[in-house]
Design a protein around this ligand. Sequence first.
Ligand SMILES: Nc1nc2c(ncn2[C@@H]2O[C@H](COP(=O)(O)OP(=O)(O)OP(=O)(O)O)[C@@H](O)[C@H]2O)c(=O)[nH]1
Ligand SMILES: [Mg+2]
Ligand SMILES: [Zn+2]
Length: 300
Amino acid sequence: MSKFQALDLGLVVRGHGRHYIVEDADGKRFVCHPRGKKSEAVVGDQVRFADSGDEGVIEAVEPRRNLLFRQDEWKTKSFAANLDQLLVLVAVEPVFSESQLTRSLIAAESAGIRMAIALNKTDLPGTDSARERLAPYRAMGLQMFEVALKADPEGSRATLDPWLKDQRTFVLGPSGTGKSTLINLLVEDAKAQIGEISQALNSGRHTTTTTQWYWTDETRTTALIDSPGFQEFGLHQILAAELWRWMPDLREHATCRFANCSHIHEPDCGVRKAVDAGLISAGRYRIYGEILEELQRKTW
Ligand SMILES: Nc1nc2c(ncn2[C@@H]2O[C@H](COP(=O)(O)OP(=O)(O)OP(=O)(O)O)[C@@H](O)[C@H]2O)c(=O)[nH]1
Ligand SMILES: [Mg+2]
Ligand SMILES: [Zn+2]
């Protein structure tokens, strides 16, 4: 028996620098800090901790079922661990970057996490063009929702509730799409901060600054994890040669002459044929090329 097994088992519900909030099996929350210099725990982690009066100590992080993260040249940024699913929230405004959307889906796919896209603010003009930009994602079989979290809270709740029920869902998306609005709608006492979108820049303010776990119900079976918006989304954890495998529309057509086809310049490439035939969207294929180039530039 490891010496840690005598310790309390807890769930990390929030992390901020070297301070964590850990929740025990009864729902009681403790401020903890990690033993040693490095803080390895992330939101969603199961940890062994000792509650020693004022501040607890995290002694060990239990093995993870999965980890959602991004990685650029210099650092790895973990979103959360042990997730059931990812909800990528985009909005009619601010206009979403298809590259960022694709990158978050690749991160989830490669981490083995189920995902869906929700388009928010469908009360605004511009909904049709946003819907059109999402057509390739619908076509590749992704679960899709349309909501207006502020304009039609009850309808939005009815749309999302069945998918969210009894699951641990990470809510990811650019700043200003309505992630905190969603949390506030579904979690009664969330008081998540909601920011007024900065109209002038057509980009949201970064209102949420830390990742935080919320239970929607007292029985603590359904969880939503709010996260700050992000700008960069590196995928350096992905092998260049395997990138296409994490893009379902490319994967479907990757019957090529060469087994190690990069789908860029080789003859008899099923992916390129599918792009020419309009079966893979030109936008998605262009983003594939851009990410591939980034990954091939990697020096390690
Ligand atoms: N028109 C419209 N605006 C909405 C809707 N839902 C949310 N908003 C607004 O969008 C703005 C941003 O909402 P937030 O929930 O703070 O966005 P966020 O994704 O949490 O943003 P960050 O924390 O910065 O990442 C707020 O002003 C909301 O009132 C909607 O259905 N329609
Ligand atoms: Mg927020
Ligand atoms: Zn190919």
